[in-house]
Design a protein around this ligand. Structure first.
Ligand code: 1HE
Length: 265
């Protein structure tokens, strides 16, 4: 596995600050950050390397006015892929997006402009989505003679329900503004999605890494299990996380009455 300093990136930018906040930037603005095969490989490399790099949280952002225009339609049209080749490509997309969702690091997506098709698949693999006033969500696959291949059938219904996803795909319906938050496509809508995403990343980075690991992997895994198995797995994870040395100071502070209280500002 390559360390973050060894990665050769063309379509992504990666920076990690002194507090361990990583910023991953989609850097193909001229193509509206469309996801070509190379970008998917770079996402796999970055999200494989980040968890063991000391990073504590990740902001996923984009250059240009749009977060991501989805599958690179030009590359796809020209490549004349066979079904087997496209299936293998989809498996690489799954590898990339599963690394994001299951690797145990908080990933906060800072959204703007188009978050469509594969762009929504990418955004929905993040743990928190922050949209700005320009952001809109769509699944235009149906209109392009395509189908989702990057995990939308799993992640989008988990956010908004099957009926809304089917409607988006059949009719090209776009969601934006308050409605997008109300249906669950984003958790926050603000003027500056990048500043808010950074703020949220810093806030999550204050948790112990093991708690964040559990939040950003165990919850997703447990959604794939039966209720009975999930409850068992939850007890196992809690057994490890809730007895960690790193929590002792926080528990002592609470017992001394010096810990902050959980209450609205
Ligand atoms: C692209 C792509 C792309 C832009 N693949 N090159 N996704 C879509 O159906 C969305 C397709 N894109 C658009 O509808 C629009 O480009 C946007 C609304 C996102 C932005 O519009 P705009 O006016 O800002 O930009 P533009 O002039 O349309 O595009 C600028 C350039 O980006 C242009 O290239 P140029 O060389 O002519 O300058 C576009 O060709 C290029 N570009 N979007 C390739 N998607 C695993 S399956 C997933 C299936 C899907 O994701 S389907 C959804 C596909």
């Amino acid at each position: 596995m390559l360390g973050i300093s060894e990665l050769r990136l063309t379509n992504l930018l990666l920076a990690v600050d002194d507090d361990g906040i990583a910023t991953v930037t989609l850097n193909r603005a001229a193509k509206r950050n469309a996801l070509d095969a190379e970008t998917i490989e770079e996402l796999i490399g970055v999200f494989t390397a980040l968890p063991s790099s000391g990073a504590r949280a990740v902001v996923l952002r984009a250059e240009g006015p749009h977060f991501c225009a989805g599958l690179d339609l030009v590359e796809h049209g020209r490549a004349e892929r066979t079904p087997a080749e496209f299936m293998r490509l989809c498996l690489r997309w799954h590898e990339a997006f599963n690394k994001i969702e299951y690797a145990g690091l908080p990933v906060i997506a800072a959204l703007k402009g188009a978050v469509v098709g594969g762009g929504l698949e990418l955004a929905s693999s993040a743990h928190i989505r922050v949209m700005d006033e320009t952001t809109y969500f769509g699944l235009p696959e149906g209109q392009r003679g395509l189908f989702t291949g990057g995990g939308a059938t799993i992640r989008v219904p988990a956010l908004i329900g099957k009926a809304r996803m089917v409607d988006m795909m059949l009719t090209g319906r776009l969601y934006s503004g308050d409605e997008a938050v109300a249906v669950g496509l984003a958790q926050y809508r603000v003027r500056d999605s990048e500043a808010k995403a950074l703020d949220l990343a810093r806030q999550s980075a204050r948790n112990t890494p093991l708690s964040n690991f559990a939040v950003c992997s165990a919850i997703s895994h447990m959604q794939n299990m039966s209720g009975l198995d999930a409850a068992y797995a939850e007890a196992m994870v809690a057994g490890i996380v809730n007895t960690q040395d790193a929590a002792k100071d926080r528990l002592d502070a609470f017992a001394r009455g010096t810990a902050h209280k959980i209450a609205p500002d």
